[in-house]
Design a protein around this ligand. Structure first.
Ligand code: HEM
Length: 394
C-alpha cells in the first residue's frame, strides 16, 4: 500500500509539472482529458503496431489488434450481436450461484484462498456456462488463458520460457476450439444441441450472411474473447479485496452492503476500490505521424502510454481523488479502457467482480491473515496472483 501511495504521489506531481513527458521512444500522458483524448482519437493513436503481431501469432487476427477497418467493424458488430439483453440476469445467476457455492465449501475451514478457491474458478465457470467453452478441465483452461494472455499483452521482453509455454498453449487451444466448433456445429444441425451459449450463437449466426464468420473466424473471435476473461477478473478481484481489507471503516460499510444484499452499493465499493489499483494502469498506443495533444507536438514513430491510473486521480474528473468515495459517476472510471477498444466484456465485469466480492464480504468477520501467510503470492512472472488467503469466523 505504501508503494501505491508513493506512485499516486508521483502521478500527482507529474500531472502538475509534466502532464506529458517523453522517455526515449515513449510518451507518457497523465491527465484525465489527455488520456481519454488519446484513446478516443483512434486514427492518430493506433493499436495495430502494439497488439497485432502477437495477437496474430497466438490467436489469429482479433479486434483488439485492429485499427478502424472493414474487418474490425464487421467482427466487432458480430460479437455485439451475439450478446442478448437477457444475458445480464443469466450471467448474474451463473456467477452468483458458483461464488456462493465455492465460499460455502471453504466455510468449515475458517480460511479461503480467494484465488485458487474462488476468483480463478468463477471465470472458468463463466467460460463454461455462458461462453460454451469449458476446456478439457479447469487447470488446463487456466494454464492456456494465463500463458497466452501474458505473452500477448505483458511479455515485453519475450522471455523464452514464457514464449515457449504460450506457443504450446496456443497450439493446444486452437485444436481444442476447432474440434469443439465442429462438434457443436454437427450437434446443432442434428438438433441434439439446443443450449444457447456464446459459441453456439456464433455458429447459429453462420446461417445469416450478415453475421457469418467462417469456422476459423469463430475460433479467432472466441479465442480473443475468452482470453481476457480469466486472469483479468481474478487479479482485479484480489486488488479490490486488498484495498477494502486495508481500510477498516470502508470494509465495515462494504460488509453491511453485502449482508443487505445491496448489489448496487457493493458495486460502488468494488469499482472505487479498483480505482486505487486497476488491472490496466496503462493503455498503450502508437503515434503513426506527427500530431498534437493539447499544446504539445508529438513526434511520429513513438509509442504513447496513457496512464489511466493517474487519470483516475485527476481532480478534474475525480474530485477529492485520494478519498475513497461512493458517489463517483461510474462512466468516468477508466477501469476497462476507453473509446473504440473499450472492454467488450464490461457488461460481464460489472456483474462478476461485485458478485465475487459480495460472496466474500458476507463471511463473518472477514479479515487479512497476519504475517507472511496473509500476503498475496504471485506466479513466476510476478504478474498474476496465485494465492491470497483470507480468514473469517466459522
Ligand atoms: C476485470 C476484468 C477485465 C478487465 C480489467 C479488462 C480490461 C480491458 C481493457 C482495459 C481493454 C481495452 C484495452 C486497450 O484499449 O488497449 C479491454 C478490451 C477487451 N476486453 Fe476486457 N477486461 C476484463 C474482462 C473481460 C472479459 C470478461 C471479457 C470477455 C467476456 C473481455 C473481453 C475484451 C475484449 C474482446 C476486448 C477488446 C475490445 C475491442 O478491441 O474492441 N474482457 N479489456
Amino acid at each position: 500500500m505504501l508503494k501505491q501511495k508513493l506512485i499516486l504521489l508521483v502521478f500527482a506531481v507529474l500531472r502538475t509539472i509534466a502532464p506529458i513527458i517523453k522517455f526515449g521512444n515513449k510518451y507518457f500522458v497523465f491527465g484525465y482529458d489527455d488520456v481519454t483524448e488519446v484513446l478516443q482519437r483512434n486514427t492518430d493513436f493506433t493499436i495495430k503496431e502494439i497488439n497485432q503481431p502477437k495477437i496474430d501469432k497466438y490467436t489469429g487476427p482479433f479486434i483488439l489488434g485492429m485499427d478502424k477497418s472493414d474487418q474490425e467493424a464487421s467482427e466487432s458488430s458480430i460479437l455485439q450481436k451475439a450478446v442478448k439483453r437477457d444475458d445480464i440476469e443469466l450471467i448474474q445467476s451463473i456467477v452468483r450461484d458458483v461464488s456462493r457455492e465455492l465460499v460455502e465449501k471453504a466455510r468449515p475451514k475458517g480460511t479461503i484462498d480467494m484465488v485458487s478457491e474462488l476468483s480463478l474458478v468463477v471465470p472458468c465457470h463463466f467460460l463454461d456456462k455462458y461462453c460454451g467453452t469449458p476446456g478439457p478441465d479447469l487447470q488446463t483452461m487456466q494454464r492456456w488463458m494465463r500463458s497466452i494472455f501474458y505473452n500477448v499483452f505483458l511479455n515485453f521482453k519475450n522471455t523464452p520460457t514464457q514464449v515457449k509455454e504460450a506457443e504450446q498453449a496456443s497450439a493446444e487451444l486452437k485444436i481444442y476450439l476447432e474440434n469443439l466448433i465442429l462438434e457443436k456445429q454437427k450437434a446443432i444441425k442434428e438438433g441434439i444441441y439446443t443450449k444457447d451459449d456464446f459459441l453456439s450463437r456464433l455458429i447459429r449466426m453462420q446461417d445469416n450472411p450478415e453475421t457469418y464468420l467462417d469456422n476459423d473466424g469463430i475460433r479467432r473471435n472466441i479465442s480473443g474473447v475468452i482470453l481476457g476473461a480469466v486472469d483479468t477478473i481474478s487479479k482485479s478481484a484480489v486488488h479490490i479485496m486488498e484495498q477494502l481489507l486495508s481500510r477498516p471503516d470502508i470494509l465495515k460499510g462494504a460488509v453491511k452492503a453485502a449482508q443487505n444484499n445491496d448489489y448496487d452499493l457493493v458495486s460502488r465499493y468494488t469499482f472505487e476500490a479498483m480505482r486505487f489499483n486497476p488491472f490496466n494502469p496503462i493503455l498503450i498506443r502508437y503515434i503513426e505521424k506527427e500530431t498534437t495533444l493539447g499544446t504539445r507536438t508529438l513526434k511520429g514513430g513513438n509509442q504513447i502510454f496513457s496512464v489511466a491510473w493517474s487519470a483516475m486521480f485527476d481532480s478534474k474528473a475525480f474530485p477529492d481523488p485520494n478519498t475513497f468515495r461512493l458517489d463517483r459517476v461510474y462512466e468516468t472510471y477508466i477501469l476497462f479502457g476507453w473509446g473504440m477498444h473499450r472492454c467488450f466484456g464490461e457488461y460481464v465485469n460489472r456483474i462478476e467482480l461485485p458478485e465475487i466480492c459480495m460472496a466474500l464480504l458476507k463471511l463473518p468477520n472477514l479479515r487479512r491473515v497476519k504475517g507472511s501467510e496473509g500476503k498475496t503470492i504471485y506466479d513466476t512472472t510476478g504478474t498474476f496472483p496465485d494465492r491470497y488467503v483470507l480468514e473469517f469466523d466459522n
